[in-house]
Design a binder for this molecule. Structure first.
Ligand SMILES: [Zn+2]
Ligand SMILES: [Zn+2]
Length: 357
């Protein structure tokens, strides 16, 4: 942070996208950085696992057999959280307790047939294929009458409750606009009405001038630790151009999105030399049939790790009762992510092994 507050004074910062506050306590993280790698969980996996329900040719729990897919593979979730046929009337009990039916569709996106390669280890062309699938799914699901919002996301790693290590993401599309995008939509609309520019367009200008929270960038996108980040190494990937959704990205920008995702997730893996767990997802315009010039395409990464491959941040106590709090400043988090290489540690390890032979 540019002013005095960044160094060691407890302060709170406003999240521009949600209007909520985060408490920053930098004096609590002045213990020296050890960078130790404690009890690293093994991250060696086979390229194909006969017991994996997402690998090509294998049977899933519902009995369906996956095709021998060679790039990406998308299918309806066998255990969906939402169903297209959920209908009926809403109800209010005792004048207070309100419930409404919620219809939706849940899809699963296998990033590649390889069981062992997560996003940072895929070729840019393969990540670009994932971007294409996201775009196709957003268009197809969003065009359904009853789908007003499409959430594309990935839970990576056991720490994030991911049930299968095969690299994959999910898409939940639904009738209502969920809480987080609804909050962000309101804040973006208010800014757009007041200034005629998107909130993130103006925010990105401030961040590029400051520079100390930027992690990496290319011609289409900037990856940065947001000023109001809650998680130690939380990042936001923002398109330089004002685009409301994946549908407006140019051919070059799709390549650039694949590039920035590869570089950012490689930095994540290299930070603690571990396949870095996170929840990540795209926020973009609702598919409610209305124009959304206020919406600015972006992607959030929320990783739980704090100091090593096993020490994570918990949202407890004060955070459940008041608001999120962090010790490591967003500027310090960004500096750590800038320090590490964009060559994946497993690639380096393999190269070193080959030299040794
Ligand atoms: Zn698999
Ligand atoms: Zn967002």
């Amino acid at each position: 942070m540019a002013g005095r507050l960044g160094s060691d004074v407890p302060h709170r910062r406003l999240n521009l996208l949600t209007g909520e506050w985060v408490l920053v306590s930098p004096h609590r993280s002045q213990r020296p950085w050890q960078g130790q790698i404690e009890g690293r969980p093994p991250d060696e996996r086979p390229a194909y696992d006969p017991g994996c329900y997402l690998c090509p040719g294998n049977a899933r729990a519902g009995g369906v057999r996956n095709p021998a897919y060679r790039e990406t593979y998308v299918f309806d979730n066998d255990f969906p959280a939402l169903r297209p046929d959920a209908g009926g009337e809403g109800e209010v009990v005792g004048g207070l307790l309100r419930a409404e039916p919620e219809a939706g569709i849940c899809r699963v996106v296998c990033f590649s047939p390889r069981h062992d390669l997560s996003l940072p280890e895929l070729e840019r062309s393969a990540i670009r294929r994932v971007v294409e699938v996201w775009t196709e799914e957003y268009a197809a699901l969003g065009s359904r009458d009853f789908i007003n919002y499409v959430q594309i996301f990935e839970n990576k790693g056991q720490m994030m409750g991911c049930s299968n290590p095969h690299p994959h993401g999910q898409i939940w599309a639904q009738r209502s606009i969920p809480v987080e995008p609804a909050k962000e939509g309101e804040r973006q609309l208010a800014h757009y009405r007041a200034h005629g520019r998107t909130l993130l367009e103006d925010y990105l200008r401030v961040e590029l001038e400051a520079g100390d929270r930027v992690v990496c960038e290319n011609d289409g996108f900037v990856a940065l630790v947001p000023f109001w980040a809650v998680w130690p190494f939380e990042t936001l990937v923002v398109s330089r151009r004002r685009v409301a959704s994946l549908l407006e990205l140019s051919d070059a920008e799709r390549d650039q999105l694949a590039d920035i995702l590869k570089r950012l997730t490689t930095r994540y893996d290299n930070l603690f030399k571990v396949s870095f767990p996170y929840s990540a997802g795209i926020h973009q315009a609702p598919t409610d049939g209305r124009p959304h010039p206020e919406w600015h395409f972006h992607m959030h990464f929320y990783p739980p790790l704090l100091r090593s491959a096993t020490v994570r941040k918990f949202m407890v106590g004060y955070e459940l009762l008041c608001n999120p709090q962090r010790d490591l400043t967003p500027e310090a988090g960004a500096a750590r992510l800038r320090e590490v290489s964009e060559v994946h540690y497993r690639t380096e390890r393999a190269a070193a092994g080959a030299e040794g032979c």
